[in-house]
Design a protein around this ligand. Structure first.
Ligand SMILES: [Zn+2]
Length: 319
């Protein structure tokens, strides 16, 4: 039987949770759909990740207004992907922050990404027509290279680039007074990692840098909030295992002169027994294998996914 493309057939709405994971720090999660973070300072609020559309962002804002009436001053985007950024306009945040690398990827591949992500997962683009028409994705007002600090009154928030992983420009957000971190899609919990724009060999070392912070809680990119060091460490180990379990078998085939289809079979043999019950597993796997195959052959910069390339690759592997 032919599998429907990516998540085109996934129309079941998810249950939203809004959890306090540190003092005045909240995680908006939805059973494997993209998460959003909320950091409440003395006088204003920072939002981490915008959601895919303003309509979805309004669901976040509704939750924020149930716990604070302070204005939203900052929106931080951990990377450029459409499902994370296109809801930005709903927050009316005067400051929108991204890494400089992430901004350069908006310039380089934003238009292609927007088109391809919409085709992959239409449900996540509820109210697509309400999206800011300014092309192609969301533009930051402020960028940085390695790290920057934002003071929300007395509350300090550190934004850092720790290394390449899910994309070349992912950042993490750390709140030292609560020892809580937002990791974007570098860390997932019971959800597949999307590695189609990733850097497999550097992902593990980046996870170890996160582990070194010894945080008390993490809101991952997808999946439940991780509260307590045991949960945090388990998720970090699990994410590393997921990434390596794709890369190792694929690299073995690619470097031995095998085809993409053979690499696909090898990755499935390794990953299906461990991860097939993870959210968006079938969706991610072909993109992950295709990127792992390229990286193993020495292609450093992930090739740009277009709506057309998506379909060709899906036919070749999942079709
Ligand atoms: Zn992403």
């Amino acid at each position: 039987m032919t599998k429907q493309f990516a998540s085109a057939g996934d129309m079941a709405e998810k249950k939203i949770s809004f959890t306090e994971i540190g003092k005045d720090i909240w995680a908006f999660t939805a059973e494997g759909d993209p998460n959003t973070g909320v950091i409440i300072g003395d006088n204003s609020v920072m939002i981490v990740e915008a959601q895919a559309t303003p309509e979805l962002a309004n669901k976040v804002i509704e939750k924020v207004r149930s716990v604070t009436d302070k204005p939203i001053s900052h929106l931080v985007l951990t990377h450029y992907h459409a499902v994370r950024v296109l809801g930005a306009s709903a927050y009316h945040a005067p400051t929108i922050i991204m890494s400089q690398k992430a901004r350069s990827m908006v310039v380089e591949r934003g238009a292609e990404d927007r088109e391809s992500e919409f085709q992959r997962f239409p449900r996540l683009f509820l109210g697509y027509d309400s999206i800011d028409k300014v092309p192609p994705l969301t533009w930051p007002t402020t960028t940085f290279n390695d790290r920057m600090t934002v003071y929300l009154g007395k509350r300090r928030v550190d934004l850092m680039f720790l290394g390449r992983a899910h994309t070349a420009g992912d950042i993490i957000i750390h709140v030292p007074d609560a020892n809580v971190m937002f990791t974007g899609d570098i860390v997932e919990y019971h959800s597949a990692c999307y590695c189609g724009d990733g850097h497999f060999n550097e992902w593990g070392p980046t996870l170890e840098k996160i582990r070194a912070f010894d945080v008390d809680a993490i809101a991952p990119g997808r999946g439940d909030a991780l509260v307590g060091k045991e949960m945090v460490n388990k998720a970090l180990t699990n994410t590393a295992d997921f990434v390596n379990s794709i890369y190792r078998p694929v690299a073995r085939i690619a470097q031995g002169g095998g085809t993409l289809k053979e690499a696909w079979d090898a990755a499935r043999a390794e990953c299906d027994p461990k991860f097939s019950d993870y959210a968006i597993y079938e969706h991610c796997l072909p993109f992950n294998v295709a990127r792992a195959y390229d990286e193993a052959l020495g292609i450093d910069t992930p090739r740009i996914w277009t709506a057309e390339r998506d379909m060709r690759m899906w036919e070749a592997l999942q079709g």
